[in-house]
Ligand binder design. Structure first.
Ligand code: SAH
Ligand code: SF4
Ligand code: F3S
Length: 389
């Protein structure tokens, strides 16, 4: 029997990319086994993220560094996948001719065929077409390959929100929800294999099912209830939610479903209503705080985490102070905070942006310092037993 070849995957970006990397490993499992050592690999996949300029640069610098490796080992297969691949398509091949394959997130299921084809044709191939009718194939995860107790389950892909700073709607396309039966079959399969915790994934899970016919639609809260009925699953998490789409029905699940972990990641982005409006976030801080209050009513002690962007085009010092005031009010258990990054073709790239880079950096440092202190204070509450679970 032929010995299997070695596959190395480097994953950047969000949990959806983590899950896609798992899928790709599994799709290639007949011919390849995973290695942690990039230098031993016969095939290398760089699963890229495009969310900020820095993430894109990281992907390009790793791909660039592989040029030398490919010279030493011409039979090496190099594939770029994920959001930068989707966005750049053929441009990536002309910029990096040593790359064999450029594959968008919808096209990873063709990976085994593309591996064969690039070798047969002896040239680089691009698979980035996105179709409206695309459905994530019902594909059961491998139990052996992955964490024994906790797993990601992608329930939908894409996003319809078009926040003006964000590249995701351009790289992952419009929202497409998986069928509830496919998701439940996947979770059942994981539970039968000993998995205890699942995290349901989507860029905006609150709108899960909105693209299905109304008559037969299962919304996100209903899906959660069905997942909670699965024997063997003890903990359920999900990410991410746009506050605008957060329903009362979903918040109520925190009071009613014991298996739902008392944590909600609710990205706010800014504490200023003017900035939120220009970001096209569709909620005000007042609405956001109402939702926070309702969540805390349903689930006292719920851990709230968030994402924040500093230095959005035109953000004034007053806008920034509103963000500082918001974090004092909500006291997040933890938060990711980022300096705004231009991501063409996202609309905010055309907004006037008079704020100097140094000022944005100063604001980010001030924000991160205070966020860290609040996280520490929150963690101390657990040590001193204010929360009991
Ligand atoms: N779907 C998620 C967000 C995914 S991106 C949601 O809507 O909440 C993760 C985070 O990256 C965002 O919440 C935002 O804070 C940040 N981000 C997205 N685009 C950005 C940009 N152009 N510059 C800086 N940060 C950005
Ligand atoms: Fe991007 Fe907004 Fe969609 Fe989140 S909701 S993925 S920030 S467009
Ligand atoms: Fe990055 Fe694409 Fe995820 S841009 S955050 S890998 S959806």
């Amino acid at each position: 029997m032929n010995q299997k070849k070695l596959l190395y995957i480097e994953t950047f970006g969000c949990q959806m990319n983590d899950r896609d990397s798992e899928i790709m490993r599994q799709l290639l499992a007949n011919a390849f086994e995973p290695t942690e050592l990039i230098n031993d690999a016969d095939a290398i996949i760089v699963n890229t993220c495009s969310i900020r300029g820095k993430a894109e640069q990281k992907a390009y610098s790793l791909l660039g560094a592989l040029r030398k490796r490919k010279k030493e080992k011409p039979e090496l297969i190099i594939a770029a996948t994920g959001c930068v691949a989707q966005q750049e398509g053929a441009k990536m091949l002309s910029r990096m001719p040593h790359v064999n394959l450029v594959i968008g997130p919808q096209n990873i299921y063709q990976l085994p065929d593309l591996f064969v084809e690039t070798q047969r044709q002896g040239k680089g191939l691009v698979a980035t077409e996105m179709v409206k009718s695309f459905r994530i194939p019902p594909f059961l995860p491998s139990i052996q390959d992955g964490h024994p107790y906790k797993r990601f389950v992608t329930i939908m892909q894409g996003c319809n929100n078009f926040c003006t700073y964000c590249i995701v709607p351009f790289t992952r396309g419009r929202e497409i929800s998986r069928k509830p039966e496919d998701i439940l079959a996947e979770v059942n399969h994981l539970a039968a294999g000993g998995v205890k915790e699942v995290t349901l994934l989507g860029q905006n899970v609150n709108s899960y099912g909105n693209d299905h016919p109304v008559a037969s639609r299962t919304g996100f809260a209903a899906l959660l209830r069905k997942v909670a009925e699965i024997k063997g699953i003890e903990r359920i998490r999900f990410t991410t939610s746009n506050p605008n789409d957060l329903s009362l029905e979903l918040m109520r699940c925190f009071a009613e479903l014991d298996k739902l972990c008392p944590h909600f990641h609710l990205p706010v982005q800014s504490g200023s209503n003017t900035v939120l409006k220009r970001m096209n976030r569709k909620y005000t801080i007042e609405h956001y705080l109402e939702k926070v209050a309702t969540l805390r009513e349903f689930c006292p002690g719920i851990a709230l985490t968030t994402d924040l962007i500093v230095g959005f085009p035109g953000e004034t010092d007053m806008d920034f102070q509103a963000t500082m005031a918001l974090i004092e009010q909500v006291r997040y258990h933890s938060a990711f905070s980022f300096k705004y990054s231009n991501r063409p073709p996202a609309r905010a790239c055309d907004f006037p942006d008079p704020i100097p880079r140094e000022e944005k950096e100063r604001r980010l440092a001030v924000l991160q310092q205070r966020l860290q202190e609040i996280t520490l204070e929150r963690n101390m509450e657990y040590i001193h037993g204010i929360h009991r679970f």
